[in-house]
Every structure is written in structure tokens, then in C-alpha cells.
Write a protein that binds this ligand. Structure first.
Ligand SMILES: *[C@@H]1O[C@H](CO)[C@@H](O)[C@H](O)[C@H]1NC(C)=O
Ligand SMILES: *[C@@H]1O[C@H](CO)[C@@H](O)[C@H](O)[C@H]1NC(C)=O
Ligand SMILES: *[C@@H]1O[C@H](CO)[C@@H](O)[C@H](O)[C@H]1NC(C)=O
Ligand SMILES: *[C@@H]1O[C@H](CO)[C@@H](O)[C@H](O)[C@H]1NC(C)=O
Length: 327
């Protein structure tokens, strides 16, 4: 092949839920429950707002402020609260709790492990904190509780208990709890086996990796699911509430931008066939890389095939006008 060839490239942006520079936010002032707001957003736009970076945080705050609103708005965040025992215990007594009110209060949406104070009450706590812990020896039916007075984070404590005893301690009732708290020296806080996985999600299924939580409490009570707001009073930072509360909300939409671009290639090497799938793929890859360098990561590129199944056609003199109208 030799000469000048014309091909048509189809650019489409933000057709997926991937990072998209064109997330557009829409403030809705009607107060609804989180689930109602989600339905409304899915019907009217794309979904409840997803926020994936600081630029989007700013964009969302600007959208809400411009609408004259200055407090909490639902966004697409939600979380399952599912406490589990380290040893997997799930029978009668697995639901026993002895929280110190107002815990569990999930400070900064980052307290996933449970500690017992020397007087027997429980607190949800940062799993990375290093404190002593209580393991049990033998089986749960006939168990022996052991205080390990060495400061470790929850995961290290779990490993230690599993290596040297049976597991971190499971607390099934007041009898268990009293036996354990008698082991704890005054003023000490110790890990017990209760924990939960973060389980924080976006309504549209986007990856939860960026976060901007309010550095304060998110009381959980006995709720099984909690939903997220951006609180404009707290710099737009996120907090968790009962999903049943009624609040205004923010939806997002993804404009599906489609553009056709004519690509003109001058070939001097007669051994190259532009319509070879590998060659076409290679050219696409290079364009994609260049778009990425310019920060356009949500754009998909595809070649447009003509009726004969080929993309590149030799440019004929005088045919230019016809091609342009076709585009
Ligand atoms: C309790 O745990 C066992 C073993 O992991 C599992 O087979 C069973 O389904 C669980 N029961 C409940 C009620 O979750
Ligand atoms: C606990 O400490 C270990 C070792 O320093 C670390 O790898 C792990 O991530 C820590 N776990 C938590 C929950 O912070
Ligand atoms: C607590 O649970 C243990 C083990 O199931 C049982 O032996 C004990 O009687 C229970 N105590 C109370 C007060 O229910
Ligand atoms: C989400 O993130 C994980 C780990 O970073 C990655 O393996 C996975 O492919 C991502 N999922 C999506 C849908 O982007």
C-alpha cells in the first residue's frame, strides 16, 4: 500500500461509569429518602452523585451552593453494617452487644473493630490502633479466656490469638462478659473478636477509592444500612445517616459525547497494510495514549468501517467534498 489514505475514527466519551471528567451534577431540592432519591436520579439522570476526586468534590459543592443550599444532601454512598466474630460464631449469643452509648459511632467512617473497656463496655475503634487483647483457649463451649498484655493492632492481635490459642474472644452473654472484664486491669482497653468489613459502596457501582469523610461521629445504632450525605456545613465532607431520613439530593448525568474524526495517513512504505487489524489496533493504541497524556481517560476510540468492512480508503482526487458531507 502506498499513497494517501483516509479513515474515520469514532470518539465517544463517558459512556461507562469509569472516571469521567464530564460528570455533571444536578441538585434536586425535594426532600426524599435515599432510596426514593436513587430512583428519581436513575429515571431522570444517570444515578445519585458519585464523587471520585477532589475536582468532583469542588464541582458538587459549587452545584449545591449555586442552588442556594448549604447543608446536607444525599449522594450515592451507602454502607452495610454487618458485625462478625473473628471465629465465625453465628449461633445464639452472636448478636449479644454491650455498647457504651453512643457507640458504635464510626468516627470518620473508619471504625471497624471493637474494643472492651476495663469496666466491660464496648467501643467501635480504629483497627490500626495498638492495644492489648483477649484470646480464648479451647472450644467456645468450654473456653478459657486469656489476656495478652501486648499492644497490637486488631489484625496482629487476631493472628497472635490464632497462633497461640484458638482465636480472639467471642462474647455471647453477660457471663462471658463478666469473666473477661475481670481479666482487664484498670483503665485498659482491649480488643475482642467483633469486627466488620468496611462495605462502603457507590450507588452506580463505581469503585470506592477516593473519600472525603467528615472527621466526626456517624452514630450507627442498630442500623443495618446507612446512607451518605455531602454536608455543605462541613466543607462538603461526607457523613452517614439513616437512609429513611428525607433530604434534598444530588444526581449526576454523563453526557454521551460522540465525535467523528477523519484521519489522513500518508504511507510511503508499501509493505504496510493499514487495514490489517494489528496495524489498526496499534494506531488506536497510540491515539488512546495521547488522549491519556492530555488527561482524557474516559474516552473510547473505535474505527468506523465502511460498507466493504474496511476502514482506510485511498484518497481519490475530487472525492474530498463527498466525504466531508458524509461525516
Ligand atoms: C453459620 O455459620 C456456618 C458456618 O460458617 C454456616 O454454614 C451457616 O449458614 C451460618 N448460619 C447463619 C444463620 O448464618
Ligand atoms: C496491623 O499491623 C500490620 C503490621 O504492622 C500491618 O501490616 C496491618 O496492615 C495492620 N492492620 C491494620 C488494620 O492497621
Ligand atoms: C452464657 O453462655 C454460656 C455458653 O453458652 C452458658 O453456659 C451460660 O449459661 C450463659 N450465661 C447466661 C447468663 O446466659
Ligand atoms: C476496583 O478496584 C480494584 C482494586 O483497585 C480493581 O481490581 C477492580 O478492577 C476495580 N473495579 C472497577 C470496576 O474498576
Amino acid at each position: 500500500m502506498e499513497g494517501i489514505f483516509i479513515g474515520v475514527l469514532c470518539l465517544s466519551g463517558c459512556l461507562t461509569f469509569s472516571t469521567c471528567l464530564l460528570h455533571q451534577y444536578h441538585f434536586v431540592s425535594d426532600a426524599m429518602t435515599w432510596t426514593e432519591a436513587q430512583s428519581y436520579c436513575r429515571e431522570t439522570y444517570t444515578d445519585l452523585a458519585t464523587i471520585e476526586n477532589t475536582e468532583e468534590m469542588k464541582k458538587l459543592k459549587d452545584t449545591v451552593s449555586a442552588a442556594g443550599h448549604s447543608s446536607e444532601v444525599w449522594i450515592g454512598l451507602y454502607s452495610h453494617i454487618d458485625w462478625k466474630w473473628s471465629d465465625g460464631f453465628n449461633q445464639s449469643g452472636a448478636e449479644y452487644r454491650n455498647w457504651e452509648s453512643p457507640d458504635p459511632n464510626n468516627f470518620a467512617a473508619n471504625e471497624f473493630c471493637v474494643a472492651m473497656k476495663y469496666y466491660g463496655r464496648w467501643f467501635d475503634y480504629f483497627c490500626h490502633s495498638k492495644i492489648p487483647f483477649v484470646c480464648y483457649r479451647g472450644t467456645l463451649e468450654d473456653s478459657d479466656f486469656v489476656l495478652v498484655n501486648t499492644a497490637k493492632n486488631w489484625t496482629e492481635a487476631q493472628r497472635h490469638c490464632r497462633e497461640h490459642y484458638t482465636d480472639l474472644v467471642t462474647v455471647r452473654n453477660d457471663t462471658d462478659r463478666e469473666k473477661i472484664h475481670k481479666l482487664i486491669p484498670s483503665l485498659l482497653l482491649v480488643w475482642i473478636g467483633l469486627y466488620r468489613d468496611p462495605q462502603i459502596y457507590w450507588s452506580d457501582g463505581s469503585n470506592y477509592s477516593f473519600s472525603s469523610w467528615y472527621r466526626g461521629y456517624n452514630p450507627l445504632g442498630s442500623m443495618k444500612v446507612v446512607c451518605g450525605v455531602a454536608d455543605l456545613d462541613e466543607g462538603g465532607n461526607w457523613r452517614l445517616f439513616s437512609c429513611e431520613e428525607r433530604k434534598p439530593f444530588v444526581c449526576y448525568s454523563v453526557p454521551t459525547v460522540k465525535t467523528l474524526v477523519k484521519v489522513r495517513v500518508e504511507l510511503q512504505d508499501s509493505s504496510v497494510d493499514l487495514n490489517d487489524p494489528a496495524v489498526k489496533e496499534q494506531i488506536l493504541k497510540e491515539f488512546q495514549e495521547r488522549l491519556k497524556e492530555k488527561g482524557l481517560s474516559g474516552v473510547t476510540l473505535k474505527w468506523r468501517e465502511k460498507a466493504d468492512g474496511k476502514v482506510f480508503h485511498k484518497e481519490e482526487k475530487g472525492s474530498d467534498k463527498k466525504k466531508k458531507t458524509e461525516l
